[in-house]
Design a protein around this ligand. Sequence first.
Ligand SMILES: [Zn+2]
Length: 903
Amino acid sequence: MAQTPQEQTATGVAGSPRRIAVVPHTHWDREWYDPYQTFRMRLVALVDELLDLLEGDPSFRTFLLDGQLAVIDDYLEIRPENEGRLRDLASSGRLTVGPWYILMDEFLISGETIVRDLQLGIRRGTAFGGVMEVGYLPDMFGHVAQMPQILSEAGLGHTVVWRGVPSAVDGTAFVWEAPDGSQVRAEYLVAGYGNGAAVPDDAKSLVRRLSTLVDEFADFLDPDAPLLFMNGTDHQRPQPWLGRIVAEANAMQGEFDLAITSLPDYLSGLSTDGLPTWSGELRSGYRSNLLMGVGSNRVDVKQAAARAERSLERLAEPLSALYLDPGAWPTSFLEVAWKLMVRNAAHDSICACSVDEVVDAVLHRYAEARQIGDGLTDAALTALGLSLRQPGTTVVNPTAVPRSGMVEVVVPVAGEPGPDIQVLSERAGLPGQVTLAGSLVKDMLSLIQGARIDEDTYVTDVSLTADDDGIDVTIVFGHQPSNLTTIEEVKRELYTLLTARPDSEVRVTLDQPSVRRLLARQSDIPGFGWVGFQPAPLEHPVTVDGDPATSVTLANGLVTVVVDAATGTFSLDGIPGYGRLVDDGDFGDTYNYSPPAHDSTVDTPDSVTLTVGDRGPVRANVVVTATYTWPERVGSASLTREGSRTVEVTTTVEVRSDEAIVGVHTTFVNPSRDHRLRVHLPLRTPAGTSTAECAFTTVERGLTAEGRPEEFGLPTFPSRRFVAAGGLTVVHEGLLEYELIDIEDVDGAPTARTLALTLLRATGMLSRLGMSYRPLPAGPMTPIEGPQMIGPVEARYAVCADGSDPYRVADDVLVPLQTVGSFGGGDRPASGTPLTVTGAEVSAVQRTAGLLEVRMFNPGDQATEVVVEGRSGWLVDLRGRPLVPFEGRFELRAHGIATVRLD
Ligand SMILES: [Zn+2]
């Protein structure tokens, strides 16, 4: 594809003029170095101006509103009266909108969030005559491997990309292929989405600018290939002279033929003939900044995202879809929650390369989305509890695969606990009577707000009798949730009585049984199903041995963990060194890690104390309290880590019966600035690659990353929920950045011995100048305090080395079994499931137009048969359009994504 400049210029001048597609646009970061409302004021001014311009100047043919519908909704909230004007311009093609709702980051959000973003954009865009049929991805910090499939599944055959394109691509277009073989045509924005920004009101300088651009990128351009000239950049307002100077430029020269056009019009004439193919993700820093450090910037934001995603995708939606009446599907609650998630997916929002007010808003949106998810989960579980025939505790498996696992339940005390039970606490009952003055009881009535008293206690019955001697109230407590409706009646009756007889005494009889909170293992819960609680015999109970002064062993016959009091680390099946905390300097910014000129590392604690917590047989853990002395900051003059701070890091290492997984929970109050804290996890065998989860599949990566002098190719990579390398699987909650380190040559091949998982990256500038790993700024050089993460920090992860399917390990760690109480009297039997799906990972279960909709993907390298037991329906695309019908089963290609609607 490459041409020499001489050949290119010669052909370009001698042949027909080069077509220049001028696409006026703005790139609208909704929130970034200013908060949303501040940027929105500028947006309203911009769109006001744009509407007048497009309506008044036919030569300003078209404008690209950044490929995201959010800007339209943000505008219309302030100017609802202009909806018709926007719709008219969009319907007539003068304004191109969508297809996204937001221009997201692709690596730091879930695959489902990417899909919901696209679906929301397309749905909202129909009100404006439909969306731009181009998967526009101008500023994302790299691109996930499955993006071509996601776009294809939504009927989009074109994309436009910039960051992440590797050195192997040497032209302005390529065929981009997903792991399943789906392909789209990708237009590469050689000099970014702003290669035609800020054109002065002068046709001559426009022509000069084009000549310079063509010369600069001669290697990329075929002699007669058209050139995309993107007239816009971050928050740029339309340039009203554009139509006139384009006409003047055409009149004054013959080298370029300029036309103001839209992306779809420009791309419609271009084919994929002869283009090179690139398969997989785009994460190169060879030509433009990838900004890989955003994955570990503000870990609290990434953890909040992981919790909210899990609450909505893995609990609230499947449980509501399967256990509520179809008519009770909580459409509006979920729309609110998903809009919060999608808004947060904006690249500057989830990346948190933004001022602190923006990050506060992002955290608040995640909290609200999670609160909705948790509330809907509770409601769906309660509905299941009320529908069961038998009373008692029921265990629910929210995931598609049949499971066994630990549950924590409260049961009435009945005899001695068996050998398979671990008692956490017991509470004696409160049978008894108190006599209270009526005036006091009257004051207390308003405090009784429902049947739930505390976590383990519910009012299950309440009754009232009155005679001349006084008033008798009997309250019966239980440990199961109650749908008691008589509480309000009794409250009203009592209030009436006490108003009439204010001097009465009230005899309150409390009837509360003794209860026991316990851990047990529940086996064989069907996928998406339930089973009445029955403690399973423990085949591999966990035991605790040793002396906390030297070492403590947790073992269950599947895994042996020895926690060492000298180092605070633990060995896993004989290999030592897990959990070593390594703290070094970070004089980077929110975008990139960058070591200070004179770095120092702290990887040894000053002191360690071990304390045994739970002792089995279901759950055992050791609490490691380690004290470190960390430097306080990087001195801006010395570029050295200076000062010192003492920090106490508390790490709980946990093993459960019958599982080969070691859970780790680390907390500390971060006292230091300008540093990076990673935990080192030894691989079982040296490895040259890692396999990490990303949207709808896993990707394999090597030990290096492409970079350039302007951005060091740091091989820190993102993983969604897990990463596996050298026989070790690491599952985490929102700790998205890992790196394979301790690299040595083995038989001529570089291999790594350790996986480093980033727990914290603390920096103090939105962007910085002169960093060792990225000398030029990537955004405003604004000091910000939030990314220093001074204050409480926590990290949850787990390791597993028995070769288990990492998707199963991730579900075991991150999506625990749920429990619900039942009164009995419903129709459902003691065990069952409303949906059985095998042969693929299930990504979403929801209701659409009353029908069950299930999205799944095949992470394997072979085609698989997906069985949806006893159900038929249609495979649909991501716009909900029917593709083919199926009866009970269908084949899913390797790495394929499929969405089905069930009859
Ligand atoms: Zn941007």
